[in-house]
Design a protein around this ligand. Structure first.
Ligand SMILES: NC(=O)c1ccc[n+]([C@@H]2O[C@H](COP(=O)([O-])OP(=O)(O)OC[C@H]3O[C@@H](n4cnc5c(N)ncnc54)[C@H](OP(=O)(O)O)[C@@H]3O)[C@@H](O)[C@H]2O)c1
Length: 513
């Protein structure tokens, strides 16, 4: 850390912060601590309290922390995840709320100190270090339960690493069974070595890092034990890439499909639109008709109406295709974030049909904005769409009779992504939830970290960005083939998998320094 740059400990974990402060102050570092509370105030000489959910409070706290120092905050050591409130192992709805609060507060802190980290990075500093206690291997193969609420911070950090050029980001995961002195020595050595890995765990066996192992999709001899009586529930299954995999299921097994999405079931298309097959013809029609009734209509409103028509068309076509391929299909229009109505649907399926054999959780939304531009509402919408719904599934499904539970996660969870701190956080939560459920549920549980498909939520604008970055999109037929291969996978348990083209290009975006 350059001379004079402040090291800021974020969070209130007395035993850890005291140790850091003693050691670093002895070496002449300027160390300050920021803890969360309901007000903005100086607690003691080196400790400031702020309301982490308030940008204004954090701005004021920033001023108080710097005091008369001329140099920026050069390092943030984020201990928030280690606070007692985020170390629970149970999966209650209070835990989901905690997971959102933790991920969001972590993002808010980064937003507030981003400029400092940039300035410090230009002078050789700019550290952003996050601690979790997911058993020292980021939840991988963990037979002991770990506090899931912490998982989102991993995604926020990995996205920050991509968004803020030059900073040095570390997610350090600790096994709390290991002696604190041993952990302390390992962490100090890790930081001194300045190794490039963003994710490093420390457990009884020592230093641990993650690496991807390449595997081809195999055409399995075995088939799934699914037939026309089986029930597969699919969130998001009427649209996008989830609909594509449903078609393969319908083709191969024709199970009863129960699809869930927010959009109402589209009515038949009005005759005037039916003749307009191309997007251009539709757009021209909308411009003419919408301007006729309202001269002030904006291009954005026209594009929104166009998207809606195209989405309804796709939904109609998908549902028809699933039926043609032999599946019976129910569509339920509900918001999976609403625990009460989603739970009611799950209860109803068990009561009415008596079984759910498989679940594909594909519901998800993106709202890409840099950390500095994120709003609390947008962050929460992106996060809870995946996380709260996954937890409702976890509570309501009957694992003893469930053959598979597949989460549609994203490579953005694995590597982070520019503009996607919230989305990365949500996907990391799904990844770690899959790790946890895989330990105790008899069926297959897997979070597929998809790279970008040439379909679904990938817009033309995103396509162009991927093209510029030399990233190939997953052709839908290939995505479906890998999905089916994953579904019948019988090898060693692998609850987190990545399926993508151009894995290395996607990973490299983060290695700017
Ligand atoms: N496409 C890709 O390249 C890609 C890459 C990585 C990961 N993924 C993941 O794969 C999944 C599907 O993505 P996609 O590209 O197919 O997206 P998409 O075309 O936008 O489809 C998303 C689906 O989720 C539903 N949905 C969203 N929010 C919901 C809510 N609150 N309640 C109920 N349903 C909801 C949507 O229906 P309504 O709008 O009607 O609610 C829609 O059917 C997502 O989880 C995404 O994160 C996709």
């Amino acid at each position: 850390l350059p001379n004079g740059h402040t090291l800021l400990i974020v969070g209130d974990v007395p035993e850890v912060s005291a140790a850091i402060e003693i050691v670093l102050t002895a070496e002449d570092y300027r160390v300050r601590q920021l803890i969360s509370g309901s007000s903005t105030r100086i607690v003691s000489e080196n400790v400031v309290e702020a309301d982490f959910s308030s940008a204004e409070s954090l701005r004021e706290a920033h001023r108080l922390v710097l005091g008369s120092a001329a140099d920026p905050i050069g390092a943030i050591v984020n201990l928030l995840a280690l606070e007692a409130q985020f170390r629970h192992h149970h999966r209650t709805s209070a835990d989901e709320a905690a997971a959102l609060r933790l991920a969001q507060n972590t993002s808010n802190v980064i937003k507030q100190f981003e400029d400092d980290l940039r300035r410090s990075a230009a002078q050789g500093g700019g550290w952003l270090i996050n601690f979790t206690s997911l058993n020292g291997k980021f939840g991988v193969d963990s037979e002991i339960p770990f506090p899931l609420a912490q998982a989102g911070t991993l995604g926020v950090m990995k996205s920050a690493a991509k968004e803020i050029p030059g900073i040095r980001v570390k997610n350090i995961d600790l096994d709390s069974q290991v002696e604190p002195q041993v952990l302390f020595a390992s962490i100090t050595a890790e930081l001194a070595a300045d190794a490039p890995e963003i994710e490093v765990g420390f457990n009884a066996a020592g230093r641990w890092t993650l690496e991807l192992r390449e595997q081809l999709a195999t055409e399995s001899e075995e088939a799934l034990a699914l037939d026309r009586e089986s029930v597969v529930l699919v969130t998001g299954g009427a649209h996008g890439i989830t609909a594509e995999v449903c078609k393969a299921l319908a083709r191969d097994y024709s199970p009863r499909l129960i699809l869930v999405g927010r959009s109402p079931l589209p009515a038949d298309e009005p005759a005037a639109l039916r003749e307009l097959a191309s997007t251009t013809a539709l757009r021209q029609y909308l411009i003419a008709t919408m301007r006729r009734t309202d001269a002030s209509v904006t291009p954005a409103q026209i594009e929104q109406a166009l998207r809606q028509i195209l989405k309804s068309r796709q939904m109609r076509a998908n549902l028809a295709e699933l039926r043609r391929l032999g599946s019976s299909v129910e569509y339920h229009a509900l918001d999976v974030r609403d625990a009460a109505s989603f739970s009611q649907l799950l209860d109803d399926v068990y009561a009415r049909i008596g079984r759910i054999d498989g679940v594909i959780h594909g519901a998800g939304v993106i709202d890409d904005r840099m950390i500095r531009d994120k709003t609390p509402e947008s962050f929460a919408r992106v996060f809870t769409t995946k996380v709260n719904s996954a937890m409702t599934l976890t509570r309501k499904l009957r694992p003893e009779s469930l053959k598979f539970l597949i989460f549609f996660s994203s490579i953005s969870g694995r590597f982070g992504n520019i503009g996607q701190a919230d989305y990365s956080a949500a996907n990391e939560y799904l990844n770690k939830l899959a790790q946890q459920l895989d330990q105790s549920w008899p069926g297959r549980v897997v979070a597929i970290n998809w790279g970008p498909w040439d379909a679904g939520m990938v817009s033309d604008q995103l396509r162009e960005i991927y093209h510029q970055k030399d990233i190939d999109l997953i052709p839908p037929a290939e995505g479906v083939r890998f999905f089916m291969s994953e579904l019948v996978h019988r090898g060693p348990s692998a609850p987190e998998v990545v399926i993508t083209c151009s894995a290395r290009q996607i990973e490299q975006i983060s290695l700017k320094r």
